[in-house]
Design a protein around this ligand. Structure first.
Ligand code: EPU
Length: 419
């Protein structure tokens, strides 16, 4: 298993290109199943999760091929509806085949994802939504079987705001008969991006970007050619990299309008963030960042996917920061590791109280979740001495060429390949 080694203390300066968003690309890939023929995503990051979903689509009979920066998905010979345990267990987002398969083929068999490092993460809302549209759902031997002749439009109110749940019901509803109204829908930019792509395929969707989506079902959708939105979480992660090293980074392809809550908190802590006319974002870390409280919530609130990285910054800020994680019950794997690097953090239930320390010291650390791993890299950038972050495959799931991008702006970071 590879590791990443960081010699802390370097001030970062330079330009970083932001990749398309992993969490936009994954539902867009499964949306290709809604149409017969060749769909193309013009820019797709080279990530382990993209490759895993590619395998899953290939397992259904699709042809998935890289085309330069893009990805081509030919669904002409799809003849399967099975998402097996081996693939779903490595990536929960595999459940995103559920909506498209039931919507287009009237059946899907998907392994129940089970718990994961950050929490229990059930899919009950995905299933209730599909039942509301007329599907029959059966759970057996760890698999969920969903069947319907043709789905019929209905009004469905989500009990909780769920990103992939909204995406699944949205995709299924596009090919249902009649009108579907989804209330309490997730408003994340990636959901909006999916809706825009579906419209380009011929779907009739109103309320895009709001909590109420109205979908008029159509009988057929056409393949798409689409460019996914830039990654707001990658952007936020590099914003913290600038802040935590007192550096200055220009982020190209960042969509600052998707990061209001993060920008607000970083500015309160003393980071300067400037949006240039050409859309680039300049982030300048202050000399001493100040502690700020934060609570995660669904978009447009502070994203849970930025909680760990923000905590790394708070660990070396002046004062006390109270951080509340309201989305996932167990998303604090980075806490014990940050403490090993000298952070002063008390954890009680969903709340972490972070007493800023003047400096962290490098250590061997590891985490069992993507964003927690990113937080440890950020802490390593600020720490004295060497930090080695193990289990790098978590980072490879969601950050494209992380060590390359960071070393190009002055970080002393390298990958240690397992022998
Ligand atoms: N929930 C339920 N029942 C459901 C669905 C969700 O109780 O049927 C609960 C979850 O347990 C959680 C909350 O609702 O407490 C929100 O979960 P959500 O369904 O929104 O999460 P998700 O769709 O599985 C996506 C992202 C995650 C991101 C969350 C929250 C993708 C592929 N994944 O997951 O991204 O943390 O939304 O914003 O879009 C990451 O990129 O590191 C990552 C984990």
């Amino acid at each position: 298993m590879d590791s990443i080694k960081i010699e802390g203390g370097a001030r970062l300066e330079g330009v970083i290109d932001i990749s398309p968003a992993k969490n936009a690309v994954l539902p867009l890939m499964t949306a290709a199943l809604l149409a017969r023929g060749v769909s193309k995503l013009t820019r797709v990051p080279d990530l382990a999760d993209v490759r895993t979903l590619g395998k899953l689509l290939a397992n259904l009979g699709a042809e998935v091929e890289r085309d330069g920066e893009g990805l081509v998905i030919d669904t002409s010979s799809v003849d399967g509806w099975d998402a097996p345990y081996d693939l779903v267990k490595t990536m929960r987002a595999s459940v995103l085949v559920l909506g498209p398969l039931v919507g287009r083929y009237g059946k899907a068999r998907v392994s129940l994802p089970g718990g994961c490092a950050i929490g229990a993460r059930p899919i009950d809302q995905h299933l209730s939504g599909l039942e509301k549209l007329g599907a029959k759902v059966t759970l057996e031997h760890g698999y969920v079987d969903v069947e319907a002749q043709r789905l019929t439009g209905a009004r469905f109110v989500f009990d909780v705001v769920t990103v992939t749940g909204t995406e699944n019901i949205l995709m299924a509803a596009c090919l249902a008969e009649g009108t579907t109204i989804i209330e309490n829908a997730a408003r994340e930019p990636e959901v909006e991006d999916l809706a825009r792509c579906l419209v380009s395929m011929g779907a009739k969707i109103e309320g895009i970007g709001t909590a109420i989506l109205t979908i008029e079902g159509v009988t057929e959708l056409a393949p798409y050619e689409y460019e996914p939105v830039g990654d707001r979480i990658e952007t936020g992660t590099y914003m913290v990299a600038a802040a935590i090293t007192g550096g200055e980074l220009t982020l190209k392809g960042a969509r600052l309008e998707h990061l209001d809550a993060v920008t607000e908190k970083l500015m309160q802590s003393g980071t300067e963030i400037i949006s240039l006319d050409n859309g680039d974002v300049v982030v300048k870390g202050g000399d001493h960042s100040k502690s700020v409280d934060m609570r995660t919530s669904p978009y447009p609130g502070f994203p849970t996917d930025m909680q760990a990285q923000f905590m790394a910054l708070m660990a070396v800020s002046q004062g006390v920061s109270v951080i509340n994680e309201s989305i996932f019950e167990n998303r604090y794997m980075h806490v014990a590791e940050l403490i090993r690097m000298g952070a002063d953090i008390r954890l009680e239930g969903h709340t972490a109280t972070v007493l800023g320390v003047p400096a962290l010291s490098g250590a061997n650390v590891m985490a069992t979740d993507l964003r927690a791993s990113a937080a440890l890299v950020l802490a390593g950038l600020a720490a004295s001495g060497a930090t080695v972050v193990g289990r790098v495959y978590h980072l490879d799931r969601g950050y494209e060429r992380l060590e390359e991008k960071l070393s190009a702006v002055g970080a002393r970071i390298s990958r240690i390949s397992a022998t």
